[in-house]
Design a protein around this ligand. Structure first.
Ligand SMILES: *[C@@H]1O[C@H](CO)[C@@H](O)[C@H](O)[C@H]1NC(C)=O
Ligand SMILES: *[C@@H]1O[C@H](CO)[C@@H](O)[C@H](O)[C@H]1NC(C)=O
Ligand SMILES: *[C@@H]1O[C@H](CO)[C@@H](O)[C@H](O)[C@H]1NC(C)=O
Ligand SMILES: *[C@@H]1O[C@H](CO)[C@@H](O)[C@H](O)[C@H]1NC(C)=O
Ligand SMILES: *[C@@H]1O[C@H](CO)[C@@H](O)[C@H](O)[C@H]1NC(C)=O
Length: 379
């Protein structure tokens, strides 16, 4: 405004002044644009994690490394490129990280305990009477294991695939711990279980007083609100002592098809909308997503197949446990008496999980025989 006043003079000086004014205006506009862009970059980096950064820098490498853009190990692609043989090389001195997706009541706790306590090749440092162990690399002290007993529930209680991968929580948390951004190779792992047994086990756990109410269910960059995800009980009271009838009749019960939901990319189906407005189309999308994500896992165990799961893990990562998981993984006694119609109902409300589980069993057997074949060849 002062500049404008100065430029109101006529003649040569006026022309110079007007040029100066135009120049200053352009400079001003450019700096606004610059600040806007850098601001936006910052927002993107801090809310969504550095995914954009990494995918831009590593697109060519990523494909060669059989990693998806997020640095997430793509088993399928790796296997195809090597003629069906699994080619995982977990490098403990580099930037490789095992991430465990812990679905409730699938023997996940047993597996996590084994990873930190009975795994001999890359031992974690555990202290007596402390739940958490230090699984840091010797040189950097940066963790090679993302799990309950190493990092803790840093991405939320029983964080799912959507929270860990789609919302880049693992990447963001590990960058924060390291103090800088870094490309890492993530080897995702999980455990699955017979869906009816898992559902009953979850029911019993809730009946004993557990609710997992503090799970955040982050999707599309934000935690689910009460509107997105109504609760089946008064959060101040909990759901202890709930009857089977009440448990299975709450439409928003997250126990239904939990395995499929926790392994799928929920951004594809409008997050938790499928609970309030179930649709065949959304179920199908969720199902395909869960299957795809399962295929890309470096390892997945099956609760009903503990010995085979142990072999699958040990052969995949070239790590050995000093004990047998099958001895530890025994579930508590089964005293929940259900009628035939209740069981049929439970099976029906978990039909996505049943489809996923049957698919997983088949995939599990295929991977297992690949591993056995490979071992025989190496001998
Ligand atoms: C593991 O990573 C380190 C550091 O990047 C590298 O020096 C080493 O050669 C790698 N080892 C294998 C077996 O790839
Ligand atoms: C750290 O060093 C110990 C002893 O040399 C070794 O057994 C262990 O595997 C190393 N851990 C990592 C993460 O490199
Ligand atoms: C390594 O990291 C753990 C946390 O993961 C921490 O408790 C420990 O003090 C660290 N050790 C060193 C030597 O920095
Ligand atoms: C999840 O789905 C969203 C929405 O389609 C997509 O943008 C994103 O890349 C997907 N992420 C993963 C890790 O599959
Ligand atoms: C519990 O027992 C019932 C009836 O004997 C059986 O049908 C069901 O599969 C069992 N569930 C578990 C979790 O073992």
């Amino acid at each position: 405004m002062k500049l404008m006043g100065m430029c109101s003079m006529r003649g040569w000086k006026g022309v110079q002044c007007r040029k100066l004014f135009v120049f200053a205006t352009i400079l001003f506009a450019a700096s606004i644009v610059y600040f806007y862009i850098s601001e936006k970059r910052e927002i993107v980096e801090f809310t969504e994690g550095p995914v954009t950064d990494f995918s831009m820098k590593t697109t060519t490498e990523v494909v060669n490394d059989n990693m998806l853009e997020e640095g997430y190990y793509a088993y399928e692609r790796a296997a195809q490129e090597s003629g069906g043989v699994r080619v995982i090389r977990f490098n403990k001195t580099a930037n490789d990280v095992i991430v465990f997706v812990h679905i409730q009541k699938t023997a996940g706790t047993t597996f996590e305990k084994f990873l930190v306590r009975y795994q001999q090749n890359l031992p974690c440092k555990c202290q007596a009477h402390k739940k958490r162990c230090n699984c840091g690399r010797n040189a950097s002290n940066e963790t090679w294991l993302f799990s309950r007993y190493s990092t803790g529930w840093v991405c939320g209680l029983h964080a799912d695939f959507t929270e860990l991968v789609v919302n880049s929580c693992v990447q963001r948390v590990l960058d924060k711990q390291a103090g800088h951004k870094k490309k890492r190779n993530y080897f995702y792992t999980t455990f699955l279980r017979n869906p009816t047994d898992r559902f009953i086990s979850e029911f019993r756990h809730v009946q004993r007083g557990a609710t997992w109410i503090s799970s955040k269910h982050v999707c599309n960059g934000r935690p689910a609100s009460v509107n997105d995800l109504p609760t089946c009980f008064d959060p101040r009271i909990g759901w202890e002592g709930v009857s089977v009838e009440e448990f299975i009749s709450c439409p928003y019960n997250l126990a239904f098809n939990r395995q499929t939901r926790m392994l799928s990319n929920l951004s594809l189906v409008g997050c938790y909308e499928h609970l309030r407005r179930p649709s065949y189309e959304q179920d199908k999308i969720m199902m395909e997503s869960a299957k795809e994500n399962l295929r890309n896992m470096a390892f997945f165990g099956i609760k009903e197949r503990m010995d085979d799961s142990q072999y699958f893990f040990e052969a995949t990562f070239d790590m050995k446990f000093s004990r047998k998981m099958s001895v530890w993984g025994k579930s508590k006694s089964n005293d929940t008496v259900l009628t035939a119609s209740q069981l049929a109902y439970i099976r029906n409300v978990n039909k996505l999980d049943w489809e996923l589980y049957e698919y997983a069993l088949q995939l599990f057997n295929e991977r297992l025989s690949q591993l056995h074949r490979k071992k025989r060849r190496l001998r």
